[in-house]
Structure formats: structure tokens, C-alpha cells
Write a protein that binds this ligand. Sequence first.
Ligand code: C5P
Length: 208
Amino acid sequence: MIIAIDGPAASGKGTIGKRLAAHYDLRHLDTGLLYRAVAKAVLDSGAKPDDTQAAIAAAKALDPSRFDEAALKSAAVGEAASYVSAIPEVRAALVGFQREFAARAPGAVLDGRDIGTVICPDADVKIFVTAAPEVRAKRRAAEYRAAGKDGDEATVLADIRKRDERDSSRSASPLKQADDAVLLDTTNLDVEGSVAAAVRIVESCLRH
Ligand code: C5P
């Protein structure tokens, strides 16, 4: 079984993806980490995030088996990721890894921006997770503070709005709900409520 989860930054898709994978005994891939790793490699090399040639080279050289997740989760890397991810050649370099990951038995949960639309258009279940920007900013700011980083909510909200706009308006695989995806709005749900709602969506898709 392949479950595709898409949605904007801090919508809850990562947490839901992890929990669905555990619930159904599937492997899980947070595809945002791939773009974050490309962005971090570009920044580490001293290049700018919109340096197309540096980003393409970093994407081609990427080794997805060796990620330092904590280092990739910073606001600066997330921001830079939304620049490199708009480059078609960067996306093309990462498609094969994602599709192979999804195809391996017993199946997988992938979360990102274009899983249901581009990476796994034939996924058994597609969920588009969303939440009000203010609620997403509150959650992300709390995560930053828990990790000992700066978590000013107004700054995080402004970053989230900019990132949503860039991710939705780019021409290469924009953030978009697939026609056959089920919408899950987590604005008024906590983690347990969101996971329970996602399980109900999966069960309903499997029955039909
Ligand atoms: O999900 P996360 O916030 O880690 O993603 C970081 C950035 O990577 C996103 O803002 C988006 O620009 C990009 N991304 C993407 N396609 C995906 C996953 C992430 O373009 N499938």
C-alpha cells in the first residue's frame, strides 16, 4: 500500500505520516528532508540558495541514506529548500529515489508537496493536510522553542506565508491538492485527533 500525504509547512503531515506508517507497518519518507539536504549542501558550499548550478550539482550528488535530520530542520534550511525545490532539474534528480522508496515492499507513506500529484499519482490513499497559517505558525514556533531555538511566532508566521506562496506558485510540481485526495484540516485537532482522522480516511479509501 502507498499512502501519499501532501500539504503546506507545519500542517501536521510529517507527524501524521510517521504515525500512519507505524499503524500500518509501512516505511516512511519525509521528502522535505531531500530538498532540505540539497539546500544545506548549497549553503555549506558558500553558494546562494538560488544558485541553480550549485543546487543541481548538490541534488545529483545527494546520498539520502546519510541525513542528519536535526541539522536539516532549521528555519534557514527550510527557507533555502523552497528555493532549490523550484528548480526542475533538482526535482528531476530526486524523483527516482522517491519512486523506488514507494515501490519497495510492503509499501510506504511519503509526505511532501507533490506526492499525490507527481511522485505517486497511483497511490492507494491520498491525503491533503492543511491548517490555518496562524495555527501552523504556533506549532512550528513551539517546536523551535522545544529544540532550544528562537521561536518567535510572528516571524515564523511571516516565513510560513512566504514559503506557502513560493511552493504554491512555482511552475515545477507546485503544492496542490490532487483531484482524488481527501482534505484533512487539522486547525482544530490535536495530534491524536489528526491521526485518528487520517486513519479513518485510510480505512474509508481501502473499503472503496
Ligand atoms: O516539508 P518541509 O517543510 O520539510 O519541506 C521543505 C521545503 O522543501 C518546502 O517548503 C518545499 O519547498 C520543498 N519540498 C518540495 N517537495 C516536496 C517536499 C518538500 O518542494 N515533496
